[in-house]
Design a protein around this ligand. Structure first.
Ligand code: APR
Ligand code: PHB
Length: 395
């Protein structure tokens, strides 16, 4: 074999949570992987993403042997507050779901834990890889090419896992005629701020207010993550820290607004909101997982959890292939994962629709939105449906 060609069983494109978690699970099943990413570790760890783990996601971290720090530092949450025009309704997750809860643990920390575990086992991850491209996945001998410091390299493999996020090369390599995409863009964004201050409440607060949506979240008891709905035309530079804090407080019920502790911003960024699904998730020996295949608006905290369920199905399918010589799991992967994806898409779209002020809302739309909230308040069955979706369907 030439020096610039390597071989592995599963070539994983993307070193985000999907790629890293898949790599760790496969390693524990004795399956060899190489992970490729176009950026470096620090860049990946610098991205601030959501931080609410379903029990299934946390269990998968345990199964991958990387749940230690998550279990000691993660904050179990039994419920959260939904607010509509100042009216507060607590969703008691634990009571509504027969004892289920979520774990608040930042995606950055989870990614860190996975990278550390991969390093500790001496497994190969190639960062700063340019022009990563999957090839020949319609046949029996797929391979991936990339460039490292200007030198062309190649990895021969049995399978390619496309875990390279929404803008990755994997989905982009599939001819448009072989896939179908479903997409919805929302007419606003979320401006997020991370600040080293104690959270305003022990639980998350989702608030729909006349001035727009606001969310109070956290990373720990001393680190808060807050969001306010903003215009798509807004730039981060338009928002001073004072303006952010002011706007956040105005969108919260008085009970909370008075208690917001302010401090310097460690990070501020604007994210657009999008719903997106690509079908199918399998193209011969290429499998898409996580953000490479689907995006949800962050309102239901489902992005990372959907990545985890894809990885769970894909891992089981690959393990079955190698250990049991059965391809049933690989054949079913797309349909199984997509079933769960569409449930989460519906929930994320619904939470987003109920909790935001849409710029083109008529008075009728506003009354219907309020009635939707009232349903949740009045009917325990409606709250229970919300709670079941929030804690997540079993994998
Ligand atoms: N070649 C190689 N790597 C790439 C390429 C490419 N062409 N394009 C993107 N990547 C890498 C990115 O640099 C990134 O590190 O793929 C990785 C994808 O990671 P994520 O975007 O975090 O996607 P995923 O691992 O599926 O995690 C999903 O991220 O956006 C959140 O809400 C989402 O929490 C969920 C999670
Ligand atoms: C976050 O903490 O960043 C967060 C929490 C819940 C959400 C979205 C984001 O629904």
């Amino acid at each position: 074999m030439e020096a610039n060609t390597m071989r592995t069983q599963v070539a994983i494109i993307g070193s985000g949570p999907s790629g890293l978690l898949l790599g760790q699970l496969l390693y524990r099943a004795g399956i060899d992987t190489i992970i490729l990413d176009r950026v470096d570790r620090d860049y990946i760890l610098g991205r601030i993403r959501a931080g609410v783990l379903e029990e299934g996601t946390a269990a998968l971290m345990d199964q991958a042997g990387v749940g230690g720090r998550m279990r000691t530092e993660g904050l179990p949450h039994d419920g959260f507050d939904l607010v509509y025009d100042g009216e507060i309704h607590r969703i008691d997750l634990a009571n509504l779901t027969g004892g289920k809860r979520v774990l608040v643990y930042g995606q950055t920390e989870l990614t860190h834990d996975l990278m550390d575990a991969r390093d500790a086992e001496g497994l190969l991850s190639i960062y700063d890889a340019d022009n990563v491209q999957p090839h020949d996945y319609d046949g029996a001998q797929p391979y991936v090419t990339y460039e490292e410091n200007g030198v062309s390299k190649r990895i021969d493999c049995d399978f390619i896992a496309g875990c390279d996020g929404f803008h990755g090369a994997s989905r982009a390599s599939v001819p448009a005629s072989a896939l179908q995409v479903f997409e919805k863009i929302y007419p606003f964004g979320w401006l997020g701020m991370l600040s080293q201050v104690p959270p305003v409440s022990d639980e998350l607060i989702y608030s729909n207010h006349g001035r727009g949506f606001a969310l109070c979240s956290m990373r720990s008891k001393t680190l808060s993550r807050y969001y306010v709905q903003c215009s798509l035309e807004d730039k981060v530079e338009d928002w001073s820290e004072d303006r952010f804090w002011d706007e956040l407080r105005r969108r919260l019920p008085e009970r909370f607004a008075d208690d917001v502790v302010t401090g310097p911003a460690l990070e501020m960024s604007i994210a657009p909101l999008r719903s997106f699904v690509c079908e199918p998730l399998r193209f011969g020996r290429l499998f898409l997982a996580g953000d490479a295949a689907h995006i949800v608006p962050p309102t239901g905290a489902k992005g990372l959890n959907l990545a985890a369920s894809d990885v769970h199905y894909l891992y089981e399918a690959l393990r079955e292939h190698y250990e049991e010589k059965s391809d049933a799991g690989l054949d079913n992967y797309s349909a199984k994962a997509l079933h769960r994806v569409w449930n989460a898409e519906r929930f994320s779209w619904w939470m987003t629709s109920m909790m935001h002020r849409f710029p083109d809302m008529s008075d009728f739309d506003r009354r219907i939105q309020r009635a939707e909230f009232s349903q949740v308040v009045q009917f325990e069955a409606a709250s229970a449906t919300l709670a079941e979706n929030y804690v997540g369907m079993p994998f």
